[in-house]
Design a protein around this ligand. Structure first.
Ligand code: MCA
Ligand code: AMP
Length: 473
């Protein structure tokens, strides 16, 4: 197979990554990652403590160069979720930055502090196309997150399809502030520029000011989740510098959740640039994208564009023009780690992956996502969160007798997590903050309920099943 990152092998002296003051060229990245890769050979799987730092990039690239699957970890993951991921993925090594405090769940692993420099004469040969590259944990409706095994061919296929749709080249400079433990920030946002031989400037954490600064200083593309574009849309009308910076960008791309039409319009009106949407999943990588030719303001809100080159897409069980998106293609994952049952269930008998997303196709073949099959999946700030995992965490709290979790529309987050709780002792219920902190520290801060309602009982049907539709105030 041709290399995943040809510019590393060519050891180009152009900037590859920048985090604040720290930047590395492709050549420097090749040296640091190549020398680390030598220490990883034969390691089984390596966990990466995925802080928004150059160490995370060097660590992931080193694992890919060594042909050792990497498991990116959210450094804010709580105790139960982290224990599950470590038990499930059994890494032998954890890559971190010098000075990082690692939690006890990682005590049994060999720790390597990632160097930002190094030399290497020759990078090792590329592993086979189907070799696993990354294992990315993603939530389902019930149970703990599952590890999606992403082969190298899926990474290459999706990044090359986006190159075609967007004319993405080595001259593009991407800016974003996305987390580096999910597909959006890591694969699209870091490995994308590296595969093209271009560069990425990471903001450390998202801020509108950071976007203004980097787009004004030569960045050509912005990637973000709708919450980030909402925050931009809220201020763009009054912020001339931001307006100018966005107007000068080649591409403003939104993904991970639906971009609300009012936010799309506010940005287009202020800047003359349309935010273009692309659609995908952890398991499938990217499926559809609005082409770059529509970024001049002609892209319509609400469509995620046609299927990308190489992606086969059909709507199943159509009624009134709406059906479930099912897909095939080289961009798909190879299965859930240790979960053959879940892998089989994710595909139809004739081999199509069921996305669970509901859509219609317009006359030009563009996909319009209208909802999803499962009501127990919540998209908050672009993160996918299963109601079941939060309910289980709440039920683990001694002050909780019964719990149900729903998603509610939120202008900033898209959906906010709402918990409905029957306390064990109605005379002295836990506080909402106690329960929120409990979920944040066991699972992840972004999985914490933003609203908690206390009830004397949950509405149930004759079968005893909780009727979530009846849960509203
Ligand atoms: C608040 N915090 C707490 C608590 N309350 N920590 C512990 N316990 C608590 N009770 C902390 C949080 O950790 C956070 O810290 C800070 O307070 C603010 O939290 P929060 O309000 O949640 O953050 P936010 O500012 O509202 O975040 C908005 C965001 C974020 C920046 C848009 O949601 C985000 O980064 N979303 C990106 C999700 C994403 O990449 N999804 C891609 C997956 P601190 O601020 O220090 O962190 S989907 C995917 O990959 C597919 C393939 C696709 O299509 O893209
Ligand atoms: P995840 O499992 O976290 O990778 O999230 C994948 C899900 O995010 C998809 O199944 C969709 O429901 C949603 N999604 C991603 N991009 C978009 C988009 N542009 N518009 C609407 N939903 C999206």
């Amino acid at each position: 197979m041709s290399p995943l990152f040809p510019c590393l092998y060519a050891a180009e002296p152009r900037e590859a990554i920048r985090f604040g003051e720290k930047s590395l060229t492709h050549a420097e990245l090749a040296g640091a990652a190549g020398s680390l890769a030598r220490r990883l050979t034969g390691a089984g799987r390596v966990a990466v403590w995925a802080t928004p730092t150059p160490q995370t990039v060097v660590g992931v690239v080193a694992a890919l160069v060594a042909g050792v699957p990497a498991v990116p970890l959210n450094p804010k993951t709580g105790a139960s979720e982290l224990a599950h991921i470590v038990r499930d993925s059994t890494p032998t090594v954890v890559l971190a930055s010098e000075g990082d405090q690692l939690p006890p769940a990682l005590d049994g692993l060999v720790r390597i502090d990632v160097p930002l420099s190094g030399t290497v004469d020759q990078l090792p040969p590329e592993p086979a196309d189907d070799a696993p590259a990354l294992i990315v944990y993603t939530s389902g409706t019930t149970g703990p997150p599952k590890g999606a095994v992403l082969p190298r061919r899926a990474l290459a296929a999706t990044l090359d399809a986006l190159q075609e749709a967007w004319g993405w080249t080595a001259d593009d400079v991407l800016v974003h502030g996305l987390p580096l433990f999910h597909v959006h920030g890591l694969i699209l946002g870091v490995l994308g520029p590296l595969r093209r031989g271009g560069s990425v400037r990471h903001l450390g954490r998202f801020s509108v000011d950071g976007v203004t600064r980097e787009l004004s200083a030569g960045a050509t593309m912005l990637f973000g989740v709708p919450t980030m574009y909402h925050r931009i849309a809220e201020v763009v009308g009054e912020d001339r510098e931001l307006m100018k910076a966005l107007a000068g960008a080649r591409l403003l791309v939104s993904g991970s959740a639906a971009l609300p039409a009012p936010d799309h319009r506010r940005i287009a009106q202020a800047t003359g640039r349309a935010v273009i949407e692309r659609y995908g999943m952890t398991e499938t990588l990217m499926l559809c994208a609005v082409p770059a030719s529509l970024a001049d303001g002609s892209a319509h809100p609400g469509t995620v564009g046609p299927p990308l080159p190489g992606v086969e897409l059909r709507l199943a069980d159509e009624a009134d023009g709406i059906g479930e998106i099912q897909v095939r293609g080289p961009n798909l994952f190879s299965g859930y780690l240790n979960r053959p049952d879940a892998t089989v269930a994710a595909f139809t008998e004739d081999g199509w992956f069921r996305t669970g997303d509901l859509a219609s196709l317009d006359a030009d073949g563009r996909v319009r996502i209208v909802g999803r099959k499962a009501t127990d999946l919540i998209k908050s700030g672009g993160y996918k969160i299963g109601a079941g995992e939060i309910e289980n965490a709440l039920l683990d709290h001694p002050g909780v007798r019964e719990a149900a979790v729903t998603g509610e529309a939120d202008p900033d987050l898209g959906e906010r997590i709402v918990a409905w709780v029957v306390p064990s002792d109605p005379e002295s219920p836990p506080t909402a903050e106690e329960l929120t902190d409990h979920v944040a520290s066991e699972l992840s801060p972004h999985k914490r309920p933003r609203v908690v309602h206390f009830l004397t009982e949950l509405p149930r049907n004759d079968m005893g099943k909780i009727m979530k539709r009846a849960l509203h105030v």
